[in-house]
Structures are given as structure tokens and as C-alpha cells.
Design a protein around this ligand. Structure first.
Ligand code: SF4
Length: 357
């Protein structure tokens, strides 16, 4: 018998084709889509508005799979981290960061990462492979399983309200699968996370920025971390390939298409590297030069073993934030979360990989 097809990760059109290929009517795709993404059902037997014969047929041809949870950590501040394993044994991390009445799920797009940002623990693990569309979508589905958020709750009652594509990997190095996954996650008949509540963060793969956002309608965050090419290239080698001018021009183009779009610039504060007032002033000048509507997300650094950088001291963080705010930019300092549960991205994976060797 032919290998079964995984249904998670198929677009609506692909799902319809999969059904017509086994002799079913196209309208069944809508029903099945609802079972998969609105009810989160993984067992064909429980899809009760489908006939018994059809349920049997579906189980003969298709699978609905979730990644395996290899490890799970819950912080005292309620941040939750999962280590997830796919069918071939590859693993990624996912994190849930709760706020008062909502929260963001941070998902991964690759196993490892080829960008190699010097401050990033994941960047120290070589790229193994891209995640498939199914593997990206099903991470969020695991989070919903854990929090019991099926069927898809209304916007007001949902606890897992936001998605940030900021976990392991550079999303724009896996663009096709990421675009498809985001369109499934935001489809209004299924998981239905509002596009305005999804943020894709990139290290600045300039040629793909505008296209990826046009095809998904999600929000953009740029991992900036330095205000000039010289410094940025030393901590983010990708800057040699796509220098600041190219990245910021793409940002300007993205905003030119829709005046309401704001861009978040992520800025990790590293002691005596990029945390001077002069750096803050250079950042302000850059935003003005490119006329960008921007806010900053200032991130305290989470040191990890073997990393040469240190976190910026509190007084410098405050002064940096004040300088940006005085120039009219929102510049909140991200509250450090999950300090008791291997907070740096990629740390849990490294630990468990080492244990299973
Ligand atoms: S910060 Fe992001 S892009 Fe840079 S190495 Fe880490 S995972 Fe890759």
C-alpha cells in the first residue's frame, strides 16, 4: 500500500486535491479543514459529521501528526518551553511567553541556523535542515493541545493570542514553507490567529522581506542589534551579505505600501559592544534617514556557556532606552522571562541532545 499522506501542512487547494484523488467530493475539504484546524482533531474516528465509510477511508490514506514532546519546562513566571521531536528525530524548541490576559507562542522554522549571529546559542548549532510546513504549523498545535484551546477560541477569550516567528532558524531562509504555514495559522476557518497578531522576525534577508510580508500580511520585526555596518558585521556576519542600507530600504518599501505598518527593531544590549549612548544616537539618525515608523524592543542578553558577551548593566540599559524615547521612539525593555529554565534559545535542545548521545 502507498505511504499515507500527512494532512497537516497542506494548503486548502492541496487538501481538496488529496480528497478528490481518493474519489471524494471537493466540498469535503472544508469539513476536514475545520476538523483539523478549528477543532484540532487528530483522530478520524471522532470526526462525527463524516460518514463511517469516509472516516475509514481517510484513515487508510492519511495521517494527522503532532511532533513528540521530548521535554517540557515550566518557569515560576509561567513561561513554558517545549523540546519537540519530528519523525526523523530532529528537534526544535518552542516557547510560550504569557502576559496578563494573553500570550505569545514563539515558533521555530529550521533545525539549527546558518546565519550564525555571534550572540545566539542557536547560531552556534549548524543548520541541519528546514522545517516543513507541517512541522511549523504543528508546533503551534502542540501549544494549543497543552493549553486545551480547541476548538479555536474567540479573539477575546484566547490565551495563546499571538505568534512570534522568532525561535530557531531564519524564517526567510525557509520562505516557501514559512509563508504557507503562516497562511494556514491565520486562516479564519481554522486556527484563526489574526495576521496583526503574528510577527515574523528576520536577521535581514533583504531581497525576501517585502515579498514574504505581502504574501502573509503579518507584521515585521528586524533583528538589528547594531546601528552601523561595521559593528553589525562583527556580531551578525549576515550583514556582510545584506548590509544595513539594503535591509532598511526593504523596510521603507514595506511601509510605503501601507502607511499603518510599524516595524519593530529588536536590539539586544551587549555590555560595551552596542550599548553606548552614541549607538543610540546613531540608531535615531538611521530611522530618520530612512523615514521609518519604528519602535524598538530592547532585549536584555541571556548569557549561555561559552559565549563571550555579557549583559549590559541596568543603568546603561535605562539610559539607552531614555535616549530613544526622548527622540520619540517607543523603546520598552523586554522583561527577562524564564530565567530558571535555560532561557537562551537553543539551550534546552543542546542539553537534551548531549544527554541522548
Ligand atoms: S538570532 Fe536568529 S538568525 Fe541569528 S543565528 Fe540565531 S536563530 Fe539564526
Amino acid at each position: 500500500m502507498a505511504e499515507k499522506t500527512e494532512l497537516i501542512g497542506l494548503s486548502r487547494d492541496e487538501l481538496q486535491k488529496a480528497l478528490t484523488d481518493i474519489g471524494e467530493k471537493p466540498f469535503r475539504a472544508k469539513q476536514l479543514w475545520q476538523w483539523l484546524y478549528y477543532f484540532g482533531e487528530t483522530d478520524f474516528e471522532k470526526m462525527t459529521n463524516l460518514s463511517k465509510v469516509l472516516r475509514q477511508k481517510l484513515s487508510e490514506h492519511f495521517t494527522v501528526t503532532r511532533p513528540k514532546i521530548v521535554a517540557e519546562q515550566l518557569s515560576v513566571d509561567k513561561t513554558r518551553k517545549w523540546l519537540l521531536e519530528f519523525a526523523d528525530g530532529q528537534r526544535v524548541e518552542m516557547v510560550y511567553i504569557p502576559e496578563e490576559d494573553r500570550g505569545a507562542v514563539c515558533i521555530s522554522t529550521q533545525v539549527g541556523c546558518a546565519v550564525g549571529c555571534r550572540f545566539c546559542h542557536t547560531g552556534s548549532q549548524k543548520l541541519t535542515r528546514n522545517l516543513t510546513t507541517a512541522e511549523i504549523v504543528s508546533q503551534f498545535m502542540v501549544a494549543r493541545d497543552t493549553y486545551g484551546e480547541w476548538p479555536s477560541p474567540t479573539n477575546e477569550t484566547r490565551y495563546l493570542s499571538n505568534i512570534v516567528v522568532m525561535g530557531m532558524g531564519e524564517p526567510l531562509h525557509n520562505m516557501e514553507n514559512v509563508v504557507k504555514a503562516l497562511n494556514i495559522l491565520t486562516d479564519g476557518d481554522g486556527i484563526a490567529i489574526s495576521r496583526r497578531r503574528v510577527t515574523m522576525s528576520t536577521s535581514g534577508i533583504a531581497p525576501h522581506i517585502v515579498e514574504a510580508l505581502q504574501r502573509t500580511g503579518v507584521r515585521l520585526a528586524i533583528s538589528l542589534h547594531a546601528p552601523n555596518n561595521e559593528l553589525r558585521s562583527t556580531i551578525m556576519p549576515i550583514n556582510n551579505r545584506y548590509p544595513l542600507e539594503e535591509v532598511l530600504n526593504a523596510c521603507r518599501q514595506y511601509q510605503a505600501e501601507d502607511g499603518s505598518r510599524y516595524i519593530t527593531f529588536e536590539y539586544l544590549l551587549l555590555d560595551s559592544i552596542n550599548d553606548s549612548l552614541d549607538c543610540a544616537r546613531q540608531l535615531i539618525a538611521l530611522m530618520k534617514k530612512y523615514t521609518l515608523r519604528a519602535s524598538f524592543n530592547l532585549i536584555p542578553f541571556n548569557p549561555w556557556p561559552g559565549c563571550a558577551f555579557k549583559p549590559s548593566p541596568n543603568n546603561k540599559v535605562k539610559a539607552f532606552a531614555r535616549e530613544l524615547e526622548n527622540a520619540g521612539f517607543a523603546a520598552p525593555v523586554r522583561v527577562a522571562r524564564g530565567q530558571d529554565i535555560l532561557a537562551a534559545c537553543g539551550q534546552l535542545k543542546s542539553k537534551k541532545d548531549a544527554e541522548s548521545k
